[in-house]
Write a protein of this length. Structure first.
Length: 165
């Protein structure tokens, strides 16, 4: 547990550093460097930004909405985020297992609903339906028997779901 605790602390430290501290520090550093090395040395720019405070406010008023728009485009309008999510599922066995288990549960539920509807209507369950249910059960049983959290069976099943196989 001590090993796990130290790795968790390391992870939390990196997240705190990169998400908050480094981000804020980099923003302050960029504003300071660009103002005192560029703006102060050019009178035409100093007319637009008479002080560091003016520069910071103007850049924030323009930069924050622009960066929000860029973030929105990244998540909603480009294939970048979908690719990042795919890589996460491919590389994280726990996320991959959750996705595959939910897909298997959905498949089982679809078969069960089909059977329940036929039974409710008083219809006879024909051989085609039974064969399909048995095929689903065999497919799931084979997958569950062979796989472990770190084995390649889940990754192969994920690729099959994505149509890459």
């Amino acid at each position: 547990m001590v090993k796990n605790t130290s790795f968790r602390a390391w992870y939390y430290f990196r997240m705190g550093w990169s998400t908050y501290f480094a981000f804020i520090f980099a923003a302050i550093n960029t504003l300071t460097v660009t103002y005192f090395l560029a703006i102060e040395n050019y009178p035409s720019l100093q007319a637009i930004f008479p002080s560091f405070i003016h520069y910071t406010v103007i850049i924030a008023l323009i930069g924050i909405p622009l960066l929000v728009l860029i973030g929105y485009i990244h998540f909603k309008r480009t294939p970048s985020y979908r690719s990042e999510a795919a890589v996460t599922f491919e590389s994280n066995p726990f996320a991959r297992r959750t996705l595959i288990n939910s897909e298997l549960t959905l498949k089982i539920n679809q078969e069960l609903i089909t059977l329940l509807l036929k039974m409710q209507k008083g219809e006879k369950i024909n051989d085609d339906v039974l064969e399909r249910v048995q095929k689903t059960q065999t497919e799931i049983s084979n997958l569950v028997e062979k796989r472990t959290i770190f084995s390649k069976e889940d990754l192969d099943f994920l690729k099959k779901l994505q149509g890459n196989e």
